[in-house]
Ligand binder design. Structure first.
Ligand code: ZN
Length: 492
């Protein structure tokens, strides 16, 4: 089987002024040709796809084209999109003839010149491979599904869980693709768009309304006529003309069944939409006080407005300011993105004291710098090998540890993964288990601290990924849309 393999992933936050370039993609791995298979053999959707190859003993002629992960960030520049389009088009041209194309995408990327990056790339690919070669996508379930994506694809599979399962998604998409190539099945696909947005605080699939909705999709897949049921609670910060949640059902040669199930799941969501709008985050003043007073174990303060996995810049000063104002005494860990301060600290050297305005420089609409006097405790940074949310390494640039009283701040040139994995601290010889408070730059991905954590406190902090979506100046999503507008009646 001659299968082309490509992966282009980025989650766009429309509300940050930061732009995504090829340099951003290089932070999380931009690979071509055989290096893709070497690097991603055990990680992410491509690793899962290769596991499906093994499981079915497929005689594969792999034709790896491009793999780029841009994490969550601002819009792609036009040149960045053109780069990927060119790689996909020329790569596929050279790979012909093909039996199939495995295309891993995030699904919620927008560029300065194109609000539907995935539809655009899929259409470019389809023009090269023609109408009959099966093309299947694996997608993040925070994708924004568009008509063009559906029109271009023969099948798709979204993540089953939050926190995500990129490896399993790739594996399922691989199995689906092989069954299409062998003509074991005839895919029929239906989808529904739901005019709805929701904040990030009810996004975990392990509990609440999201669990009920996803469980229902899994139950539908027990029908052998159903090939894949994917639910797409679109990530909350994508302001594009086709924005909104979606359901997609792929069946075996049964369009009416696909339509029925896609509509059922859409209606189920609509009927419980208010439950996705329950907030859990609390004001920063109360959150810091609670963390300082808590008993044993590590308390996580989730900086919801500055989630680097949602597209924020990782330089919010909201929580730092409050930690300093309350003069906390607990050993505390946090991260900050500030290239100027990294440079200043490295020039000053380990053991030196520096005074400088820190953070609050990238998303200045939401945050301002805080002047700190700190001791330069360590210097490090660079590329770190670790498997985290489908990525096998990341590069936070040069980094330093600043001690500000009991607060240890890892300040880096680029956002990397914030402090969302303990390796960011262990890299400097700091053990998170010995801290009392850790500020994480995520509202959902606490899984790497599970063994250490005694409590998670979500902080209602401002920023490009804040939970109060009504505070953003939405310009492009289709209106009316819940909950920004009144929608008296809507039927799937
Ligand atoms: Zn996601």
């Amino acid at each position: 089987m001659r299968i082309a393999i490509a992966s282009v992933g980025q989650e766009t936050c429309s509300f940050t002024p930061v732009r995504t370039t090829l340099a951003t993609f290089r932070q999380y791995g931009l690979y071509e040709g055989d290096e893709i298979l070497q690097r991603m053999r055990e990680t992410g959707p491509i690793g899962g796809f290769l596991a499906a190859v093994q499981a079915e003993a497929i005689e594969l002629v792999p034709l790896p084209i491009i793999r780029g992960w841009g994490s969550a960030n601002g819009m792609l520049t036009a040149e960045t999109l053109a780069f990927f389009e060119d790689k996909i088009v020329t790569g596929l041209q050279q790979a012909l003839p093909l039996d199939g194309f495995f295309f891993d995408l995030h699904g919620a990327a927008a560029a300065e010149n194109e609000p539907d990056v995935e539809g655009y790339l899929l259409a470019a690919a389809r023009r090269v491979i023609g109408p009959t070669v099966p093309m299947v996508a694996s997608l993040d379930h925070h994708a924004n599904i568009t008509q063009l994506m559906i029109d271009m694809l023969d099948g798709l599979v979204g993540h089953r869980t939050q926190p995500h399962d990129p490896f399993d998604t790739g594996k399922l998409a691989g199995h689906l693709l092989f069954s299409l190539v062998r003509k074991d099945v005839t895919p029929t696909m239906a989808w529904r768009k739901i005019p709805m947005l929701a904040h990030q605080e009810q996004f975990l699939t392990s509990r609440g309304p999201m669990k009920e909705w996803f469980d229902c999709a899994r139950a539908m897949e027990t029908d052998p006529a159903v090939l894949a049921v994917s639910l797409f609670p679109m990530q909350p910060w994508l302001d594009v003309p086709e924005g909104g949640w979606a359901t997609v059902v792929v069946t075996n040669n049964d369009q009416p069944l696909a339509e029925k199930l896609a509509a059922e799941l859409a209606q189920m969501l609509w009927d419980m939409r208010e439950r996705f709008w329950v907030y859990e985050s609390i004001p920063v003043e109360e959150a810091v006080r609670k963390a300082e007073k808590a008993g044993q174990g590590l308390i996580i303060l989730s900086d919801t407005g500055d989630s680097v996995f949602g597209g924020a810049s990782g330089d919010s000063t909201c929580i730092l300011k409050e930690l300093l104002r309350q003069q906390i005494s607990s050993p505390t860990l946090m991260t900050m993105v500030d290239a100027e301060v990294v440079d200043l600290a490295i020039r000053a050297g380990i053991g030196s004291m520096i005074t400088a305005p820190l953070g609050g420089k990238l998303a200045s609409e939401f945050n301002q710098p805080v002047t700190v006097t700190a001791k330069v405790a360590a210097i490090g940074g660079g590329r770190i090998d670790v498997t985290i949310v489908g990525v096998e390494s990341f590069d936070m640039g040069r980094a330093v540890v600043l001690d500000v009283g009991p607060i240890k701040i890892v300040v880096s040139e680029r956002e990397g993964v914030g402090g969302n994995h303990p390796i960011v601290y262990r890299h400097f010889g700091i053990e998170p288990a010995q801290a009392k408070i850790a500020v994480l730059k995520t509202a959902s991905n606490f899984q790497y601290y599970t063994d250490l954590t005694s409590e998670i406190i979500r902080v209602d902090s401002p920023g490009p990924t804040m939970s109060h979506l009504e505070k953003f100046a939405w310009q492009h999503v289709p209106r009316p849309i819940y909950p920004l507008d009144e929608l008296a009646s809507w039927q799937a």
